[in-house]
Design a binder for this molecule. Structure first.
Ligand SMILES: [Zn+2]
Ligand SMILES: [Zn+2]
Length: 224
């Protein structure tokens, strides 16, 4: 099956449209930017009713902010890991600690940007545990796997063809990073590295981060 991957870049976030026999979305961006999302979906010539699933890689505000509107727009089911669902209720939204001095600066700025931001309320239709979730029923040859460390409930979407949509398990964009690599903020860098070992063992070849462009997985897995 041919898989088509369309990155929808909205300011700092990338939402991915993944098309096989069915269409799924990975991640759901900044809550202030739904108009940008609509335009880009239109540009991609996707019929909204064909989008069957929205997978949220984790519960941070910049990944779940559009979930309510996307759900209303296309009636996709929403999937995320149970361990991050409590983050949806936090006001202001919680931010993880920085791993590096620059990571700490960025987190301070993000706290300012989000100080009055409320995550629009939506229902999670498919709460995930730690087991893999096979995406066959959604027309996508691949699965959702638990890859914690950036947050407790972070997941990655891994296609049989070797592409992995990893949310914030990697970053490849200014002002976070100047080159592809591990995230500069999150819960636990050692747990992040364990998750990368899991992805390495699944033979992931190409990484699609939620912030920045895709890159070869070797850039990270060779340094583990
Ligand atoms: Zn995050
Ligand atoms: Zn993020």
């Amino acid at each position: 099956m041919e898989i088509k991957i369309t990155p929808v870049r909205i300011r700092f976030d990338t939402i991915y449209i993944v098309q096989g026999d069915g269409i799924i979305l990975v991640d759901g961006g900044d809550p202030k930017l739904f108009a940008n999302f609509l335009k880009l979906v239109d540009d991609a010539s996707i019929k909204p009713e064909d989008i069957r699933l929205l997978i949220l890689t984790h519960g941070h505000w910049d990944h779940v902010g559009l979930a309510k509107e996307i759900k209303e727009f296309c009636s996709a089911r929403v999937m995320m890991h149970k361990s991050d669902m409590h983050l949806l209720k936090d006001f202001p939204p919680s931010q993880p600690p920085g791993f590096t001095p620059w990571g700490k600066v960025i987190i301070s700025l993000l706290k300012l940007y989000t100080r009055s931001l409320r995550i629009p309320v939506f229902d999670v239709d498919i709460p995930l545990g730690n087991d893999d979730f096979n995406l066959d029923e959604f027309g996508i040859p691949g699965k959702v796997v638990h890859t914690p460390g950036h947050s407790p409930g972070s997941v990655s979407v891994v296609l049989e063809s070797g592409e992995a949509f990893v949310g914030d398990l990697a970053m490849n964009m200014f002002p976070m990073r100047l080159s592809p690599g591990l995230p500069i903020f999150g819960d636990d860098i050692q747990v992040i590295k364990d998750s990368w070992r899991k992805l390495r063992d699944m033979n992931v070849r190409t990484v699609y981060p939620a912030h920045g462009k895709s890159f070869p997985a070797d850039i990270i897995v060779q340094g583990l």
